[in-house]
Write a protein that binds this ligand. Structure first.
Ligand SMILES: [Ca+2]
Ligand SMILES: [Ca+2]
Ligand SMILES: [Ca+2]
Ligand SMILES: [Ca+2]
Length: 456
């Protein structure tokens, strides 16, 4: 019985065709794949007027003793149809120096009409013979403007800068010289397909691979701004006027890009600060997550009406309700945007519970005066409204300032995890629990044993 027959024997007719298809695909993929020490191939993705070619290599996949120290690849193209606009070596992997100080490879990209040579090497001073090994290793990329992106006539071959031989392995062997098909270098096809944007962030997958962002994650650096709104010209680079899609805080002023750009639209709107200018940043901010939030509005609340107070948080489209603690009655007053509301006493330093329908950032551009917190025995919902709280002030600092006789514990709500964090005193009067930061705009539950006042 043949191998195929043995495999088919015993399976139902229902599965027969899918099995035959599977075996056929196995055969196809085996017959199409290359099998040299280093297989070089490409993926091209196109739109109506652009073609991006990513050149990859499978390197020493069947040999764990060797890796590759250098390569030289040539792409031949039809210059009548294609105009090269950008060629890059993947210098994240191929570099001279070390992981923190990477020297650019001199003269490693050579262009003539119809031919581009990319040369690369890895020489890490920490481990000079480490080399590179693995499957689908990106060597470099070439971007073309095109009048005919779907039949561009592309071919890969050895890239030789002069007479140099460039594929050198860690054992000293020069793979350019080896002619047996299973050892040495084999050049495959460049497969072409239309550009896609898997994560829907506005940057095509190929541009994300080029630029080092994640093609399957819309916000690579999790600063709340999608990659495609940071890299606004969609070229995979980090250009003047753009925020860096690989860095949360582009200008390093301590405020993440998506806080400064409060509505996360990639534009500096009125009332926002510039995420690319270190000297321009907010004084304080409140970040509302979707759902439950405990916050404290950093402003002078004297003579504030419920209507004006609610406007600080947003419209009824954004906010479901705000709960203000009435300290005297130990009750919450519930306020609903754009409805008829009672007018509670607003006391500076009181916290609020906000049920938000959306994620929202509220920016405060100017410095606010600091306040003292008047805390009464029992439950308090308070917040720090000022911006002159000492740098690094934390729950333990607050507990120590009041002392174990007066304060029992402090809690905050972390909207990302949906959990409360708590700090207090143990039996011996030592601070214990999570030493979370105390920051302007955030609200806290404080449980007091006696009345007390806290001055920052
Ligand atoms: Ca994308
Ligand atoms: Ca981002
Ligand atoms: Ca960013
Ligand atoms: Ca910033």
């Amino acid at each position: 019985m043949s191998r195929l027959n043995r495999m088919i024997h015993g399976i139902s007719v229902k599965h027969l065709w899918s099995t035959i298809l599977f075996i056929f695909c196995m055969y196809l993929s085996t017959s199409l794949s290359l099998s040299a020490d280093v297989d070089v191939y490409g993926n091209g993705t196109y739109t109506a007027d652009r073609l991006i070619v990513l050149i990859y290599a499978d390197i020493f996949q069947n040999n764990t003793d060797k890796s590759l120290l250098s390569f030289g690849v040539k792409l031949t193209y039809n210059a009548a149809n294609l105009t090269e606009t950008q060629t890059q070596l993947n210098d994240a992997i191929w570099y001279f120096g070390n992981t923190t100080l990477k020297h650019p490879c001199p003269n490693c990209i050579q262009k003539t009409n119809g031919e581009i040579i990319i040369l690369g090497g890895k020489l890490d001073t920490g481990n000079p013979i480490e080399g590179v090994r693995g499957s689908k290793i990106l060597l470099g990329s070439i971007t073309f403007d095109s009048s005919n992106t779907t039949e561009p006539s592309l071919a890969l071959g050895f890239g030789k800068g002069g007479n140099y031989k460039n594929f050198v392995a860690t054992d000293g062997s020069i793979l350019d010289d080896i002619t047996q098909p299973e050892s040495g270098v084999a050049f495959g096809e460049i497969n072409l397909s239309p550009e896609i944007d898997s994560d829907g962030d506005g940057l095509p997958d190929s541009v994300e691979i080029l630029g080092g962002t994640d093609p399957n994650l819309a916000d690579t650096d999790s600063d709340r701004i999608p990659d495609g709104l940071e890299d606004t010209n969609h070229n995979g680079g980090f250009d003047a006027g753009e925020t860096d899609p690989r860095k949360k805080d582009t200008d390093g002023d301590g405020f993440e890009d998506g806080i400064e750009d409060a509505n996360q639209n990639g534009i500096v709107d009125a009332g926002e600060t510039d995420p690319t200018d270190q000297s321009n940043h907010p004084a304080a901010f409140i970040e509302l997550g979707k759902g439950f939030n405990i916050v404290c509005i950093p402003k002078d609340l004297s003579n504030t009406t419920a209507e004006a107070f609610l406007k600080e948080f947003g419209t009824s489209e954004e906010i479901e309700r705000v709960m203000v603690c009435d300290d005297e009655a130990d009750l919450f007053t519930i306020l609903i945007p754009e409805a008829v509301n009672p007018n509670p006493d607003f006391i500076k330093g009181d916290g609020q519970i906000v049920l938000s329908k959306t994620h929202k950032v509220l920016l405060y551009l100017s410095q606010m005066t600091c306040t003292s917190l008047n805390l009464h025995s029992g439950f308090n919902l308070v917040g720090t409204t000022g911006t002159n709280i000492p740098q690094g002030y934390s729950a333990y600092d607050l507990l120590s300032a009041l002392g174990s006789e007066k304060i029992k514990s402090i809690q905050r709500y972390v909207s990302e995890t949906g959990l409360f964090e708590s700090a207090g005193f143990d039996q011996d009067g030592n601070v214990t629990g999570i030493d979370f930061p105390v920051t302007p705009g955030e609200g806290y539950f404080i449980f007091m044993a006696q009345d007390g006042t806290l001055n920052f």
